[in-house]
Design a protein. Structure first.
Length: 77
């Protein structure tokens, strides 16, 4: 039953296109400032995308968020 709950949650995880973009750039080693410059956003907006993705994925930091997004095939490089 626990495995079923985990699989069901994984199937319902959704990230916005912007959240996926910010995580992809982070996976390539870019900082929030770098990502903001690349995407034409403010650093605060980039940080907000990270926070939203972390909340959705139930993670506590950027590395964990990127890893979980990869594991659930939510982002690719």
């Amino acid at each position: 039953e626990l495995c079923h709950d985990i699989m069901t949650r994984a199937q319902t995880l959704r990230l916005t296109e912007r959240e996926q973009e910010t995580l992809r750039w982070a996976a390539l080693g870019k900082t929030s400032d770098d990502i903001a410059d690349i995407l034409g956003l403010t650093k605060r907006t980039v940080d907000q995308h990270f926070e939203n993705a972390a909340r959705k994925l139930g993670t506590v930091n950027r590395v964990q968020t990127v890893v979980k997004a990869f594991r659930h095939n939510l982002i690719t490089l």
